[in-house]
Write a protein that binds this ligand. Structure first.
Ligand code: ATP
Length: 362
C-alpha cells in the first residue's frame, strides 16, 4: 500500500480532497457505570485529540478502553461529562449522526457482499452512482483493486483488515476509532499492516484513537499514549515520555519490565539495596523509583552481592533475573554477555532511576 499511497500523496490534491483532518475531539469528565450500584468503569475521563493525531488508549483487560471508545462513538451514553467534536457537542447525538468511523477487532465485513460492495456500503454521503468511483479510489490506495470482486471469506486476515479500513475511510469520517484492529493478524503481518496504516493516516491527516492492551503496539503506532487503569487515565503523553518518565508504579510496570526500587534519597542520589543510584530529579527522604532492566549492568564478580537465578536467551540479548540483598532484579545484557545461572555478579545502575514517589506520599 505504501507505494500507492505515496503516489497519491505526491499528487497532493487527490489525498487532500479526501482529507479527514481539521477535526478535534474533546472529552470532559466522562463517567460511565453499568447499573445503579455498579462501580464506574470509566471515571471522570478528560482528554483532547488535536487534528491529525494518533492516540492510543492502553491498559489491561477490563480497564474501560472499549467503553471509552463506545462512548465516543455513541453506542453508550455517559452518566456524566461532555463530548465535543469539531466544537459541536455530540454527547447526545445518535451514532449515525456523529460521522465517526470504527474498525472493530473482527472487521465486521458483510459476508455476502464483495470487497467493492462492502466499501460502497459505507458511503451514505454519496449518491449510488458516485460510490463505485470513490470505492475504486480507496481500493487502489489500499492495494486491494485486484481483490474487488472477492468475498470476505476469500481474503487473508490482513486483506480483510484493509477492506474494513477502506470501508471506514471511504465514508470520510471526522475521526477513526480502532478497537484492537491488528489482534487477529500474525506477528509479521501485524507489524507491516500497522506501519502501512500509520503511514496512511499521517498522509491523509486522519485523527485516530486506537484501543490496545499491547504496549509495543501503542508505543510504535501512536503520537501520544494514554495509559488507563480501573477506568481512569493515569498518564497521557508521548510514547517516549510514558516509557522513560512513568508517573507511577502501575504505568512503569505496564510499559514493559522494570525494577521498582526503594531507598533513602538525598538530592540527585539515593541509597538503595542496589547501592548508590543516581536519580532523574532532586528528592529527599524515602523514595520509590523505577529502573529499567536495560539500565542495569551485570559485572561478573566472585565477591559480588548478586547471584544469577535465571537467564533467558532472546536472540539479540539476554534477560537475567538476579537475587541481590533479598530482592530480585531484572537486567538486560547484550548477546555477548552470557553468564551462567548461579554465578556471582555485581549490579550497577548505568542510568538515573525515575523517582515515582517521594517522602510520606510513598
Ligand atoms: P478488554 O481489553 O478486555 O477489551 P477493556 O479495557 O476494553 O477490556 P471494557 O470492555 O471497556 O474494558 O470493560 C470495562 C468493564 O466494564 C469490564 O469490567 C466489563 O465487564 C464492564 N462492561 C463492559 N460493557 C458492559 C455492559 N454492557 N454491561 C455490564 N458491564 C459491562
Amino acid at each position: 500500500m505504501n507505494q500507492a499511497v505515496s503516489v497519491k500523496a505526491s499528487q497532493g490534491k487527490a489525498v487532500q480532497s479526501h482529507s479527514l483532518s481539521g477535526e478535534q475531539l474533546r472529552l470532559e469528565g466522562l463517567s460511565k457505570s453499568f447499573g445503579h450500584q455498579a462501580p464506574a468503569v470509566v471515571r471522570e475521563l478528560s482528554l483532547e485529540l488535536p487534528p491529525g493525531e494518533i492516540l492510543a488508549l492502553l491498559g489491561p483487560s477490563g480497564c474501560g478502553k472499549t467503553t471509552t471508545l463506545r462512548l465516543i462513538a455513541g453506542f453508550e451514553k455517559p452518566d456524566q461529562g461532555r463530548i465535543t467534536l469539531n466544537g459541536q457537542d455530540i454527547t447526545e447525538a445518535r451514532p449515525q449522526d456523529r460521522n465517526i468511523g470504527i474498525v472493530f477487532q473482527d472487521y465486521a465485513l458483510i459476508p455476502h457482499m464483495t470487497v467493492m460492495q462492502n466499501v460502497c456500503f459505507g458511503m451514505r454521503q454519496l449518491s449510488k452512482k458516485e460510490r463505485p468511483a470513490r470505492a475504486a479510489y480507496w481500493l487502489d490506495l489500499m492495494q486491494l483493486s485486484e481483490l474487488a470482486d472477492r468475498y470476505p471469506h476469500e481474503l487473508s486476515g490482513g486483506q480483510q483488515q484493509r477492506v474494513a479500513l477502506a470501508r471506514t475511510l471511504a465514508a470520510e469520517p471526522h475521526l477513526v476509532l480502532l478497537d484492537e484492529p491488528f489482534s487477529n493478524l500474525d506477528t509479521g503481518l501485524r507489524e507491516a499492516t500497522r506501519n502501512e496504516m500509520r503511514a496512511l493516516f499521517k498522509r491523509t491527516g486522519t485523527s485516530v484513537i486506537l484501543v490496545t492492551h499491547d504496549q509495543a503496539e501503542a508505543l510504535s503506532f501512536a503520537d501520544r499514549v494514554g495509559v488507563m487503569n480501573k477506568g481512569s487515565l493515569c498518564q497521557l503523553d508521548t510514547p517516549q515520555t510514558i516509557y522513560q518518565h512513568p508517573v507511577n508504579a502501575f504505568v512503569a510496570e505496564f510499559l514493559g519490565h522494570t525494577n521498582l526500587i526503594s531507598g533513602e534519597a538525598a538530592g540527585r542520589e539515593a541509597q538503595t539495596s542496589l547501592g548508590r543510584v543516581r536519580l532523574d530529579r532532586h528528592a529527599e527522604g524515602l523514595i520509590q523509583a523505577s529502573l529499567r532492566p536495560e539500565h542495569v549492568r551485570l559485572i561478573s564478580d566472585q565477591s559480588g552481592d548478586g547471584q544469577i537465578i535465571s537467564r533467558e536467551f532472546r536472540g539479540h540479548d539476554y534477560f537475567y533475573q538476579v537475587r541481590c540483598n533479598d530482592h530480585i532484579y531484572k537486567a538486560l545484557a547484550p548477546f555477548d554477555c552470557c553468564l551462567e545461572p548461579g554465578s556471582r555478579v555485581r549490579l550497577e545502575a548505568i542510568q538515573p532511576a525515575v523517582v515515582l514517589t517521594e517522602g510520606s506520599t510513598g
